[in-house]
Design a binder for this molecule. Structure first.
Ligand SMILES: NC(=O)c1ccc[n+]([C@@H]2O[C@H](COP(=O)([O-])OP(=O)(O)OC[C@H]3O[C@@H](n4cnc5c(N)ncnc54)[C@H](OP(=O)(O)O)[C@@H]3O)[C@@H](O)[C@H]2O)c1
Length: 276
């Protein structure tokens, strides 16, 4: 297959390039390929005529999205719209990667794929708009929601915790934000399986199980062998521009029916840290 990957230098983009190396991959990213520019997208699609498009490009800085919602909507809603329109014209199926932040996080039972979105911050709103655009335009779509993504490159929670703990011997982490830590490598493997099925629809691909940010930090420090205090705090004590969903736990129901299940988050994290 000839696969076009947008956002190819990001955490997931790099993992996808590795996972799908047996295919012919065209990887593009900023600054040359801005998906919010329709001409750029149309030229890309006309030049490469891919058999599959995977959109892993997004403006993922959630606090940045809160400060500049217009930029968030351009990358996360207009970009996917441009891509879906070009895919429709070319007869190309598309994977749109989305987030647990399309949910308010006020359901203690967590979220299955069929549940309507209810975002509470500009990042989540822009990503929900991106999903809506892809669903409305292109029948051949896979919407893949994920959460708390990490990889060896990029800005993520694991690097932030390890750096802070090493520099200061102490971290303060919230106990009232719950989610599913997910390794980009495992997500890329799940997407690779999914696109072979032709089962279009919406999927929740996260490493299984859930935890609070504080528990996640504890496990990181333990596995990395870093001696540091991990002080539990409430999110009300941690001021930031964006409000994350407090209980943004995703359940993988549709993927499991297709035989695609990601391993428990603790196992993935242990392997990730041992490889660091
Ligand atoms: N990271 C998470 O915790 C998380 C959680 C849930 C869902 N997701 C979703 O998973 C997907 C992959 O996330 P990730 O962690 O791999 O993100 P990432 O590391 O931030 O990578 C995203 C890439 O997209 C690029 N990009 C931003 N705006 C663009 C535009 N207008 N046109 C083209 N490229 C653009 C970024 O370039 P710059 O670096 O130059 O901006 C970056 O290389 C995204 O859809 C994200 O919403 C992520």
């Amino acid at each position: 297959m000839n696969i076009l990957i947008t956002g190819a230098s990001g955490q997931l983009g790099l993992a996808l390039r590795k996972e799908l190396h047996e295919h012919e991959i065209i990887g593009v990213d900023l600054p040359d390929h801005d998906i919010s520019d329709k001409n750029v997208v149309d030229e890309l699609m006309a030049e490469h005529k891919p058999d599959l498009l995977i959109n892993s490009a997004a403006y993922t800085n959630v606090d940045g999205c809160a400060k500049d919602p217009e930029l968030a909507y351009k990358a996360n809603a207009l970009g996917p719209q441009n891509l879906a329109l070009a895919c429709l014209q070319n007869g190309t199926p598309m994977v749109q990667v989305s987030t647990n932040e399309v949910y308010a996080g006020n359901n203690p039972a967590g979220y299955e794929e069929w549940m309507p979105y209810s975002p509470i911050n500009p990042y989540g709103k822009s990503k929900a708009a991106g999903e809506f655009n892809v669903r409305s335009i292109l029948p051949q779509h896979y919407i893949v929601r994920t959460a708390w993504l990490y990889a060896s490159t990029g800005r993520n929670f694991i690097h932030a915790i390890m750096n802070r703990a090493k520099d200061t011997g102490k971290v303060s982490v919230v106990t009232d934000e719950i989610g599913n830590p997910t390794w980009a490598k495992d997500l890329a493997a799940a997407i690779s399986q999914l696109v072979e099925t032709g089962r279009y629809g919406t999927y929740h691909f996260v490493n299984s199980g859930s935890c609070s940010r504080w528990e996640f930090a504890n496990e990181i420090l333990k596995l990395a062998g870093i001696e540091a205090e991990n002080a539990p705090i409430l999110s009300s004590a941690f001021k930031r521009a964006s409000t994350p969903p407090p209980y943004g736990v995703l359940h993988n129901i549709n993927g499991a029916q297709a035989g695609i299940v990601l391993r428990p988050w603790q196992e993935a994290l242990a392997e990730f840290i041992s490889e660091m």
